[in-house]
Design a protein around this ligand. Structure first.
Ligand SMILES: [Zn+2]
Length: 277
């Protein structure tokens, strides 16, 4: 579930891992076709279908997020990764409206999925099923022209030495995460452990949403939202629910894995016909 951060700062490590994974045969043949999935510029039309799980899935009937809307603007548009299941599009647009109403936006919407999902050649392990989206912590930018939204800086808002948020981190960031987590369609939201700790230490009238916010490495400049499989999506493979409780008992950063588990790199056989109809 590593995100933009992963690509920008760990490209060398990723390349090493790719070489190791390919050499040891850890990938299925279909997963090795990440470049093929990235080359597809249009969704496959049809009733929306998610085949697989977040770390190995393809997508039929995806929709493209409008590049800007109430309370949000999409960034890094040239990547062509702003596709998702219609449920994700609806989630983002509704969140944008709530962000606008709360006066903390506009929020910056980063990578979602490729037009037909599938593995990406860089930047992410997940984001394959059209149910994942990265939302940046940056809340300081006015509405920008589309051409101005490429390769923007992503300030890190966590001090790893103290495992505490720092810099411009404040109540608006906490509010953004709460608004994102309150939607019942959310399975999990991944943030750095220091961010989770900050959220746990704040006073809230309702704390039930904290359960869905989980600490994970590399999420110190954005949050990663993952929705649950939509009702009726029988080919979509979801995750078990988070453990009961607020999850405020430990904030140790989750270590970055040396090698990602190979099962996350395989695609269901049915995805071959989505790549090559
Ligand atoms: Zn992500």
């Amino acid at each position: 579930m590593s995100c933009v951060f992963f690509q920008r700062r760990f490209l060398r490590a990723t390349s090493t891992w790719l070489a190791v994974a390919a050499a040891c045969g850890c990938w299925s043949a279909s997963a090795l076709a990440a470049d093929d999935w990235a080359d597809i510029t249009e969704p496959m039309s049809g009733e929306p279908r998610i085949i697989g799980h977040h770390g190995g899935a393809c997508l039929i009937g995806a929709e493209q997020l409008p590049p800007e809307g109430v309370g949000y603007q999409a960034v890094d548009l040239v990547r062509n990764r702003h596709y998702g299941h219609p449920t994700l599009i609806d989630y983002i647009q509704r969140l944008g409206q709530r962000v606008e109403a709360a006066g903390v936006g506009p929020m910056l919407v980063g990578d979602m999925a490729q037009p037909r999902g599938g593995p990406m050649p860089s930047g992410h392990v997940s984001h394959q099923s059209g149910l994942d989206v990265d939302i940046w912590f940056r809340l300081d930018l006015p509405p920008l022209a589309r051409s101005e939204r490429e390769n923007l800086a992503q300030p890190i808002l966590v001090d790893p030495a103290t495992n505490r948020v720092e810099g411009v981190w404040g109540a608006d960031h906490a509010t953004l995460i709460r608004l994102a987590a309150e939607d019942e369609r959310v399975a999990r939201i991944f943030v750095d452990g220091a961010v989770k700790r900050d959220l746990c230490e704040r006073e809230w009238d309702d704390r039930s949403w904290l359960r869905r916010v989980r600490p994970w490495h590399s999420h110190d400049e954005h949050l990663h939202v993952r929705l649950r499989c939509p009702p009726g999506a029988t080919e979509c493979v979801g995750q078990p629910a988070p453990p009961p409780g607020e999850g405020c008992h430990t904030f140790a950063p989750t270590p970055r894995p040396e090698v990602y588990p190979s099962p996350n790199r395989t695609l269901p056989p049915a995805c071959a016909a989505v790549l090559n109809p």
